[in-house]
Design a protein around this ligand. Structure first.
Ligand code: EPU
Length: 423
């Protein structure tokens, strides 16, 4: 079992370049299944979630050429083998495989996949996706062990769809499907995260007309024959946020390049309020050593443009270094505070009130010990905690971290961190 070993207490210094966003790359690669034409992607992150998705594509007969050292991937879905897909176990590896439903249903009129992988962070229900497709006119033939939809209508049953939650992958999946229908539809209460936006922009350049990109209301005029092209994966704001916190808590001085500030305003607000010292440069963020850090009354996660749930756990580590009582209110997921138990093992003073709320009493000196990653973002938070802990920290279950953070320990090491991957 691999793990990361960290000797804490070293201030980080230098420059870091942010790679492409996992949560944009996954739906965008899936959208390539809408067309038999070639789709080339640039700035694709070299992370295990992407490799798994591309393996799945290859297994179902889609031609994939990947050069992740150069960050490029080309996909050409001339054929899609529905039979192979039906029983493909790899699909269960992660939840993002649900994003194949939209394009394959649109292209083939049917899609059956094994239930996408579960996740420790919460219930992650499928109903937003399934309810959406059935409202549009698909038939749901799913069984407990698989998701199975068919669609053979000439026209959408309902061209107007109100999502019950502004789900990120739900919005993407349904928009991908609607982009390939020869009619106009509207979707309300959509997610508006930057990665949703990037997917919609890709659909637009493939030939769909989409109004309202970046808002919670989309009007999509699709067309059956969509074209391929070259698409660029936008930079990952969640990585930028994580590296910013790494700089702040280690009293470091780092410049983070390839940053889209618009994605991070809701992160900058609480960062400013705790007293972090940073400046927005052109396409970059400079983090200086902070003055005294003070507690935050409340950090509440929300859909975009609110504070991202994916940055909640990294921010939780920062709050252990802030003087006074801070409160976290995780509104989206039921299980995204578990990492706080790991921080407690390191000496952080924390009161977990319920599955969604916790108080953090700072400032605590963290002590190195063995801690585990509970999910991707919580895993990154564990690494952050190790960077400031006294002594040695061992972070286990790092496969979670490799799913979404490209070369995380290697990049931190270039900034001076004493961290190594032990195989
Ligand atoms: N939810 C609400 N209210 C809302 C919207 C969502 O309560 O208005 C709840 C839902 O019930 C759901 C949960 O929040 O259980 C998550 O929502 P969503 O459906 O948007 O999640 P997702 O599409 O399954 C994507 C990302 C996650 C990220 C969430 C939230 C991808 C591949 N995954 O998941 O990313 O946490 O959106 O932003 O895009 C990660 O990268 O580590 C990760 C888990």
């Amino acid at each position: 079992m691999s793990y990361f070993e960290i000797q804490g207490g070293v201030p980080l210094n230098g420059d870091v370049h942010i790679s492409g966003a996992k949560n944009a790359a996954l739906p965008m690669l899936c959208a390539a299944l809408l067309t038999a034409e070639k789709c080339t992607f640039e700035n694709v992150p070299d992370i295990s979630d992407i490799q798994v998705l591309l393996d799945i594509f290859e297994a179902i007969g889609v031609s994939v050429s990947r050069d992740l050292d150069k960050k490029t991937v080309t996909i050409q879905a001339k054929t899609i083998d529905l039979n192979k897909l039906k029983t493909l176990h790899k699909v269960k590896k992660f939840r993002a495989s649900i994003l194949m439903l939209g394009p394959i249903l649109a292209r083939k009129g049917e899609c059956s996949i094994m239930q996408p992988g579960g996740c420790v962070i919460g219930a992650r229900p499928n109903h937003i996706h399934i309810d959406g497709f059935t409202t549009l006119g698909a038939k749901d033939k799913s069984q407990p062990e698989n998701l199975h939809l068919t669609y053979n209508r000439k026209k959408l049953q309902n061209p107007r769809l109100l999502l019950s939650e502004a789900s990120v992958t739900g919005t993407e999946n349904l928009a991908i499907f609607l982009a390939a229908q020869n009619e106009t539809s509207e979707m309300y209460f959509c997610a508006a995260e930057m990665h949703v936006r990037a997917t919609l922009e890709m659909l637009q350049s493939m030939g769909a007309q989409i109004e309202g990109i970046g808002s919670h209301h989309l009007k999509i005029t699709g067309q059956k024959e969509l074209s391929g092209g070259t698409f660029t994966i936008p930079p990952d704001g969640l990585l930028a946020g994580t590296y910013a916190i790494a700089g702040i808590i280690t009293n470091g001085d780092i410049t983070i390049h390839n940053v889209n500030h618009k994605e991070l305003y809701s992160f900058y607000g609480p960062l400013k309020r705790v007293g972090a010292n940073f400046e927005m440069l052109d396409n970059a963020l400079h983090v200086h050593p902070p003055h005294d850090l003070k507690a935050l009354k409340k950090l509440q996660t929300a859909i975009f443009p609110g504070f991202s749930t994916d940055l909640q756990s990294p921010f939780g580590v920062l709050l252990t270094q802030c003087e006074g009582k801070s409160m976290i209110f995780e509104t989206l997921f039921e299980n995204r505070l578990i990492y706080l138990y790991e921080l407690e093992k390191m000496g952080a003073k924390i009161a977990i009130m319920n599955a969604h709320q916790a108080q953090i009493f700072g400032k605590s000196t963290l002590k190195g010990t063995e801690i585990q990653s509970w999910d991707l973002r919580a895993g990154a938070a564990m690494v952050l905690a190790g960077l400031i802990a006294e002594g040695t920290t061992k972070v286990t279950n790092i496969n979670y971290i490799d799913r979404g953070y490209e070369n995380f320990p290697e990049t931190l090491a270039t900034l001076g961190a004493k961290i190594r991957r032990v195989q």
